[in-house]
Design a protein around this ligand. Structure first.
Ligand code: GAR
Length: 202
């Protein structure tokens, strides 16, 4: 069962990269549903254009867990096996995380544990690091914290501002997310403490 549920809040380029890989047969998965907490998310429009099931579950003015219960109900209705946060700018409640143990992934535009939270690319430029990148990790109850599946390194150039760096990191995000999804769907790893370890021969 390789049913993906994608949660997003904005542009949706990570979703599109995953959808392109599914359409090209490079990822043996089915995008069962795309859900946004914002009606104006570009990713929702893009999902509809692709003929995918796309839902808006507004979060504004709702207690976190109530919103999460609505989202989880929609994921269950569409028999989602693996939840992929793709620019989903909301913290999940512990209750949500418990519904899909080791079955929720997130992508973050920095090499965690450096620069968690918002504006990670600006944090990296401002700090003066010489490399940054992206991280795909399991979601646990702490922000940008769960066990790491894939990281890609991107150099920070002297000429970079946060936008130039973000654009180069994004190219790597589009590669990294499908790699991580493939690893999880194929079950080619074990989780030992915080370490995701590839099985021999994988
Ligand atoms: C991506 O850069 C993603 O890593 C980031 O939001 C962007 C969404 O772009 N996520 C976070 O910062 C989460 N902490 P997209 O909508 O084009 O995929």
């Amino acid at each position: 069962m390789n049913n993906l549920g994608i949660l997003l809040s904005g542009r949706g380029s990570n979703f599109e990269a995953i959808a392109d890989n599914v359409a090209a047969g490079k990822l043996d998965a089915n995008i069962a549903v795309v859900i946004s907490n914002r009606a104006d998310a570009g990713g929702i429009e893009s999902a509809r254009r692709r003929g995918l099931k796309a839902l808006v579950v507004p979060s504004k003015g709702k207690p976190r867990e109530q919103h999460d219960r609505e989202v989880v109900a929609a994921l269950r209705e569409h028999q989602v096996d693996l939840v992929c946060l793709a620019g989903y700018m909301r913290l999940l409640s512990p209750w949500f995380v418990q519904q899909f143990p080791n079955r929720i992934l997130n992508i973050h535009p920095a090499l965690l544990p450096a620069f968690p939270g918002l504006e990670a690319q600006k944090q990296a430029v401002d700090y003066g690091v010489k490399v940054s990148g992206c991280t795909v990790h399991f979601v646990d109850t702490d922000l940008d914290h769960g066990a790491i599946l894939v990281q890609k390194v991107v150099p920070v150039l002297d000429s970079d501002d946060e936008h130039a760096l973000a654009a180069r990191i994004l190219e790597q995000e589009h590669i990294a997310y499908s790699e991580a999804i493939r690893m999880v769907l194929e079950g080619r790893f074990t989780v030992e403490g915080r370490r995701v370890v590839m099985k021999p021969g994988a």
